[in-house]
Design a protein around this ligand. Structure first.
Ligand SMILES: Nc1nc2c(c(=O)[nH]1)N[C@H]1C(S)=C(S)[C@@H](COP(=O)(O)O)O[C@H]1N2
Ligand SMILES: [Mo]
Length: 332
């Protein structure tokens, strides 16, 4: 069944619709175990974990995001989902500090409601859109994507949202629109990092229009069946699974359609290290390190092995065509 999201659901969650992050993982584990025929043995511990998860969920966090399996090819994976506790405590969000633990510590000051997004530039329907209207614009689905950081770590996260293309179609880009610029919040009052000069604020990201229109590019409002935690970019962010994490701008306030390639925050900070395209390319080293392998967050135990990084973060079949004929060493 396809459930349309009701924006009011954020204010009045219906308990029956709530699925805790741990329960999501448990259900997935269970489905996998059933396939291998050992579900009976595992059921007791699964049920216990489910009960624990229910008790653990803080009521304020419980969001009735509608969820269904994705209809987008490439958005499901059998890889083990990263534990919620890692995905929500090991973050890059420089507006709240440069340490991985800083965003979870500091982002509580971010005020996510009311929230509007200015959509402007080379489109027929510019305007200021309320978050509630963006939530309602299309049915949300759960998509499990890898997010890989240029620093060499990756996570597997069940995001909740819809293809950015749904929104783009609604605002009707003009023929002259070639790129999309994404501007994120820069509020010195609530974001301590904005006082530092580590990046040129506001944090800006950019995509070519065809990249932005690709069905894998997600406008995300939630993860693990909940609204996004602040440290993960509440109330809405981008997820571009075949690119490095930094292309996934958090806490978006403006989407601008242009005919020129946008100047992005990381590119401005270090043009030789961070290109506009930022496709995950194991064959092109970062100037300061190899990009051939990655470390999966949550697997840092004694025997954790590094994983080979896949071209386009493993989404080559879906997105390779976007770059046909391009020299990926030059356009990195
Ligand atoms: N506004 C903003 N968005 C941002 C960043 C940032 O510093 N500010 N960091 C980026 C980087 S480098 C990564 S790897 C991802 C991390 O997302 P996660 O913390 O949800 O894993 O967010 C991206 N989006
Ligand atoms: Mo990153």
């Amino acid at each position: 069944m396809l459930i349309k999201t009701n924006a009011n659901a954020f204010v009045h969650p219906v308990p029956s619709e709530i699925t805790s992050p741990a329960a999501c993982q448990s259900r997935r584990d269970l489905i996998r175990l059933m396939a291998t025929g050992v579900a009976g043995a595992a059921l007791a511990s699964w049920a216990a974990r489910e009960a624990l998860a229910q008790a653990w969920m803080p009521p304020g966090q419980q969001a009735a995001l509608s969820r269904r399996k994705t209809s987008v090819s490439g958005a499901l994976t059998l890889e083990k989902v990263t534990e919620y506790k890692h995905a929500s405590t090991y973050n890059n969000f420089y507006e709240f500090g440069t340490d991985k633990a800083d965003p979870a510590r500091n982002a509580h000051t971010l005020k996510t409601s009311p929230w509007t997004v200015e959509i402007e530039g080379l489109i027929k329907k510019p305007g200021r859109y309320a978050l509630e209207d963006l939530l309602k614009l299309s049915a949300q689905e759960e998509r499990i994507y890898r997010l890989r950081c240029v620093e060499g770590w990756s996570m597997v996260i069940p995001w909740v949202g819809y293809s950015l293309s749904e929104l783009i179609k609604k605002v009707e880009p003009l023929g002259s629109a070639k790129y999309v610029e994404f501007v994120t919040l820069a509020d010195p009052k609530t974001m301590p990092g904005v006082g530092s000069r580590v990046l040129d604020w506001p944090y800006v990201e950019g995509l070519r229009l065809d990249e932005a229109m690709h069905p894998l590019t997600l406008l995300a409002f939630g993860m693990y069946g909940e609204v996004l935690p602040r440290q993960n970019g509440a109330p809405l962010r981008l997820v571009v699974p075949w690119k490095y994490g930094f292309k996934s701008g958090k806490s978006l306030v403006k989407i601008r359609f242009t005919d020129k390639q946008p100047a992005t925050a990381w590119n401005k900070a270090a043009a030789n290290e961070y290109g506009f395209y930022s496709n995950v390319n194991p064959n092109v080293d970062h100037p300061r390190w190899s990009q051939a392998t990655e470390r999966r967050i949550g697997e840092d135990g004694l025997f954790a092995k590094k994983r080979k990084t896949l071209l386009f973060n493993g989404y080559e079949a879906q997105v390779g065509q976007l770059y046909a004929g391009m020299d990926l060493k030059k356009y990195f």
